[in-house]
Design a protein around this ligand. Structure first.
Ligand SMILES: Cc1cc2nc3c(=O)[nH]c(=O)nc-3n(C[C@H](O)[C@H](O)[C@H](O)COP(=O)(O)O)c2cc1C
Length: 291
């Protein structure tokens, strides 16, 4: 990576959507929207709603499937000089295996990020991300199918984030990224209906940053593998907070919708901060939190 700032999955399309606005080659990495084995149409609208300091989304993991992505988008991304990380998901452990295996021989992919915030339809026990045993199962299964760098994207868990991060590390993850959006909802009091077609969704944006920062700080102390900090990062200072907490890289998500060049501005801002503080590398900053 040329710099430690990547764009977070689902907030930057697959790349081409932003290409007229952003010099993609200057990003640390592009994490594309989550891909499942086959195409998915997603949830009924409305799929997003603004809230104080944030956004609630319930896209429903719409995506073109492996074949559609490899055929329609990857050739475009391959022409750019930026690491492409493919975010993957499934509804069963077998689907996670299928999508990881499906990308194994495909060129132009720097790594996989496994989104475990998905309902487990087979065993019907809620989300993969809510159950340490299921998380282990899915990470081990994906690990067995890929030699590529493997990032496990953790869901927010107020009391057990260290446990989940350790489980991912023990099952072969090369890095963990956190946090995914926080379960949330909004109601229109005039119609008395939920504001989202799916009723509930995931909260992201500045509202979640302090919560994400605390979880990242906890995860950093729980594992030896790199931690990628995500959650409400909108400016340089936000990103620096995560790096000082020990994250080795950051992901910019919801901020892309307000300011498409946010990630580039943040990368430049980190460089300026390092220079101002007499540091030559971001490594000198990592975990530099003073007591
Ligand atoms: C519209 C939208 C779509 C998202 N889609 C995905 C996805 O497909 N896979 C995933 O792992 N995370 C997805 N996320 C979560 C983000 O990557 C990120 O973890 C979360 O939004 C918190 O960061 P932020 O506050 O900077 O947006 C999505 C978020 C938003 C707002």
């Amino acid at each position: 990576m040329k710099n430690p700032v990547m764009v977070a999955s689902g907030t930057f399309g697959y790349g081409p959507e932003y290409a007229d606005l952003v010099d993609l080659d200057r990003l640390g990495a592009i994490v594309v929207k989550g891909i499942s084995p086959r195409p998915v149409t997603g949830n009924p609208p409305p799929r997003t709603v603004e809230t104080a300091g944030g956004l609630i989304n319930a896209i429903g993991l719409q995506n073109p499937g492996i074949e559609g992505f490899v055929r329609d988008t990857l050739p475009f991304l391959r022409r750019h000089d930026v690491p492409v990380i493919v975010n993957i998901w499934g509804r069963t452990v077998e689907e996670y295996e299928e999508v990881a295996a499906g990308f194994e021989e495909v060129e132009g992919i720097a790594g996989l990020e496994v989104n475990v915030s998905c309902p487990n339809i087979k065993e019907g026990r809620g989300l993969f991300s809510n159950d340490p045993a299921l998380l282990r199962k899915v990470v081990s299964a994906v690990r067995a199918k890929t030699r590529r760098p493997l990032i496990v994207k953790l869901a927010p868990d107020l009391s057990r984030i260290a446990q989940f991060a350790r489980a991912a590390e023990e099952c072969g993850a090369d890095a963990v990224s956190l946090i995914n959006s926080i379960p949330a909802m909004a109601i229109d009091v005039e119609t008395r209906r939920p504001k989202l077609g799916n009723v509930t969704g995931g909260l992201s944006g500045p509202a979640i940053k302090p919560i994400a920062l605390k979880m990242v700080w906890e995860a950093v102390r729980a594992v030896r593998i790199p931690v990628i900090g995500i959650g409400g990062i909108a400016c340089t200072e936000d990103a620096l907070e995560f790096l000082l907490a020990g994250a080795q890289a950051v992901g910019v998500g919801t901020a892309n919708f307000l300011n498409p060049v946010a990630a580039l501005e943040i990368a430049a801002g980190i460089g300026e901060y390092l220079a101002r503080n007499g540091m030559s590398s971001v490594r000198e900053l990592l975990g530099g939190l003073r007591p």
